[in-house]
Design a protein around this ligand. Structure first.
Ligand code: ADP
Ligand code: MG
Length: 255
């Protein structure tokens, strides 16, 4: 669409694993200011698309652009520095860390203090760390989990862990945040909390691309919705249009 301002644009993305085609000519954009949903049956290639756009896998073919800059083949930290941050379907283990420490190690494979330290003098690190500690405290407060800051991260419920993942991603001040199944296995109360937090962050200017199987959650939160099937974009449109599309129903039924 001419004049459309896409924070993320993927074109003709292809990725194979052995003989398996996980992404097959996938093309779509995420317009600035939207909460865009990415849905599709299990194995459709949704998480693979996240891996490709965030630099965790290199595509066999196709392009990824963030804010109009071609980032294809760049390392995860370089893409993250351009403002694209992602969470993982399965969060990493945080054994031996408090929630606050987990916040400060940064998103996995993306710039946290460990990365920043390589480029700054010891004095700067001290100042940066105390500033980040303060920001981590503030973000945890905003997420309503300030009281968990000094708890061992392994003591959290699955739902609380998802909140911490989201809070941690916000520490990187993303332009666009990619969430991979943020409410999978999360109880209804925390699911409502997560939706409210995402709306709050969206209202404050963050663009979102969200993979989610919980249809009530994603249809309520996201517009537009991109439907992926067998590595390709099957259709994209408003939640109502997608819901009414027979091809989408067929895809979920394995047709
Ligand atoms: P989704 O997130 O939509 O459920 P995935 O992107 O995880 O789907 O997977 C798409 C397909 O690619 C699946 O068949 C999956 O088994 C395969 N796949 C994903 N990652 C790998 C990998 N690292 N190695 C081999 N196969 C993979
Ligand atoms: Mg997945």
């Amino acid at each position: 669409t001419p004049g459309r301002d896409d924070v993320l644009r993927v074109e003709n993305l292809r990725k194979t694993f052995g003989g398996l085609v996980a992404a097959d000519d996938a093309t779509f954009g995420v317009e600035r200011g939207t909460i865009t949903g990415l849905i599709g049956p299990n194995g459709a290639g949704k998480s693979t698309v996240f891996d490709l756009v965030s630099g965790f896998h290199e595509p066999d073919a196709g392009r990824v652009a963030v804010d109009g800059t071609d980032v294809t083949g760049m390392a995860p930290h370089a893409i993250a520095e351009r403002g694209l941050i992602r969470t993982f379907q399965t969060p990493r283990k945080l054994e031996g860390m408090t929630v606050r420490e987990a916040m400060l190690v940064g998103p996995q494979g993306q710039p946290g203090e460990s990365f920043v330290k390589l480029f700054t003098s010891p004095g700067e690190v001290g100042a940066r760390e105390s500033r980040n500690l303060e920001r981590a405290r503030k973000i945890l407060e905003e997420f309503g989990i300030g009281h968990l800051a000094t708890q061992p991260a392994t003591d959290l419920s699955g739902g609380q862990m998802k909140l911490v993942e989201l809070a941690r991603a916000m520490l990187a001040e993303p332009e666009i945040l990619l969430l991979d199944e943020p409410v999978a296995g999360v109880n209804p109360t925390l699911t409502k909390d997560l939706a409210a937090q995402i709306r709050r962050l969206h209202g404050a200017g963050t663009t979102f691309l969200i993979i989610e199987h919980d249809m009530d959650f994603i249809m309520d939160l996201a517009d537009p919705i991109v439907v992926l099937n067998q590595g390709r974009v099957l259709t994209e449109g408003s939640p109502d249009a997608v819901r009414a599309d027979d091809r989408v129903v067929d895809a979920y039924l394995g047709g």
